[in-house]
Design a protein around this ligand. Structure first.
Ligand code: NDP
Length: 240
């Protein structure tokens, strides 16, 4: 067993101002951690440290980390959650539709992990949790860009585990299925019905159900889990 701190840690959640990211931030807050969230515009949720950052912009990420480090100390738990969709079928998908989703979801995760790793290496401990999707390994028509970005996160987590695993740093992927947020609310009713029919649990989930798994995989109890893909999808992607 390790003897890592179990509370009071410096946690940063990208895109933690709403949706799944906010639920994750609240779960760490309830655990007694010092929680910061990135946001691009709008309000910072009460009680959290909001740092402005766009994950497509390395300079803004660096500024955000400096703010978090000054207020809470080096980031020990990084949750790469920020993500976007730009769904359309292959023949209609422009190169920009593809590369802009990769830039946010995949390269954005790379940028924040790279920046966080410096502090984690110095601390000789760290937890990286990447928010992927069932779609990353299951596939989905109209989401070639999104699926590519989300499966790429698995390669990042596993390579990171091999690179930094001996330094007390773990990297895991949490792969949610269909969660009730703004991202899924905009899907046509027919699409939602189609998903529901193929989910063994026969329901969609709330963001808190993802957040609890993220909090746990970042805890001392999960210190020996790294490079794993943990589904939170009611059985939708079973075996993938
Ligand atoms: P939302 O659309 O509700 O929230 C997306 C978050 O990402 C927002 O906080 C948004 O910030 C942030 N974000 C987007 N682009 C950037 C950027 N360039 N820089 C910084 N922040 C950015 O989505 P969800 O809460 O539903 O999704 C969160 C994560 O979970 C995503 O990675 C998504 O792919 C994944 N996921 C969601 C599922 C679902 O069913 N909802 C299923 C599987 C995975 P802002 O408010 O500034 O726009």
């Amino acid at each position: 067993m390790t003897t890592e701190p179990t509370t009071g840690r410096s946690v940063l959640v990208t895109g933690g101002n709403r949706g799944i990211g906010l639920a994750i931030a609240r779960a760490f807050e309830a655990n007694g951690d010092k929680v910061a969230v990135t946001y691009r515009s709008g309000e910072v949720p009460a009680g959290l440290l909001g740092v402005k950052a766009d994950v497509t912009d390395s300079a803004s990420i660096d500024e955000a980390f400096k703010e978090v480090e000054a207020a809470h100390g080096p980031v020990e738990v990084l949750v790469a959650n920020a993500g976007v969709t730009k769904d359309t079928l292959l023949l209609r998908m422009s190169e920009d539709d593809f590369t802009s989703v990769i830039d946010t979801n995949l390269t954005g995760a790379f940028r924040v992990i790279k920046r966080a790793s410096k502090g984690m290496l110095r601390l000789k401990r760290g937890r990286v949790v990447l928010i992927s999707s069932v779609v990353g390994l299951y596939g989905s028509p109209g989401q070639i860009n999104y699926a590519a970005s989300k499966s790429g996160l698995v390669g990042i987590a596993r390579s990171l585990t091999r690179e930094l695993g001996s330094r007390g740093i773990t990297a895991n992927v949490v792969a949610p299925g269909f969660i009730n947020t703004e991202m899924t609310a905009v899907l046509p009713e027919e699409t939602q019905k189609g998903y529901l029919a193929s989910i063994p649990a026969n329901r969609f989930a709330e963001p808190e159900e993802v957040a609890n798994v993220v909090r746990w995989v970042a805890s001392d109890e999960a210190a020996y889990i790294s490079g794993a893909v943990i589904p939170v999808d009611g059985g939708l992607g079973m075996g993938h």
